[in-house]
Design a protein around this ligand. Structure first.
Ligand SMILES: [Zn+2]
Length: 85
C-alpha cells in the first residue's frame, strides 16, 4: 500500500503484514484510523481504516481454486494377486 507523508511529501509503502497488524490493532481499539510513521521524518500519518481495508484482500472471499491437472493414473491399479505359498 502506497502512502505519502503529508509533512515531507515522502512516498513510502507499507506491506501487507503491517496493514494486517494495523487492522488488528484498530479492531481491538475500536479506532477508525491508524498512525503510520513516515520513515523519513517520523511524522505520524493517519490512514483511515477504510483505506486499510481496501488495501487487503478480504479474508471472507474464497481463494481461487488452484488449477489441477488431470493426470493419468500412475502405477498399477491391478495389483498382481498375492501368491500364497
Ligand atoms: Zn515525512
Amino acid at each position: 500500500m502506497q502512502l505519502r507523508c503529508y509533512r515531507c511529501g515522502w512516498s513510502f509503502a507499507i506491506n501487507k503484514d503491517e496493514i494486517a497488524f494495523a487492522l488488528a490493532a484498530l479492531e481491538g481499539s475500536q479506532g477508525n484510523h491508524y498512525d503510520v510513521r513516515c520513515p523519513r521524518c517520523r511524522q505520524a500519518n493517519r490512514v483511515a481504516l477504510e483505506q486499510l481495508r481496501r488495501a487487503v484482500p478480504r479474508s471472507a472471499e474464497p481463494a481461487p481454486a488452484p488449477i489441477e491437472e488431470q493426470r493419468p493414473t500412475e502405477g498399477s491399479k491391478d495389483d498382481p494377486p498375492a501368491s500364497e505359498p
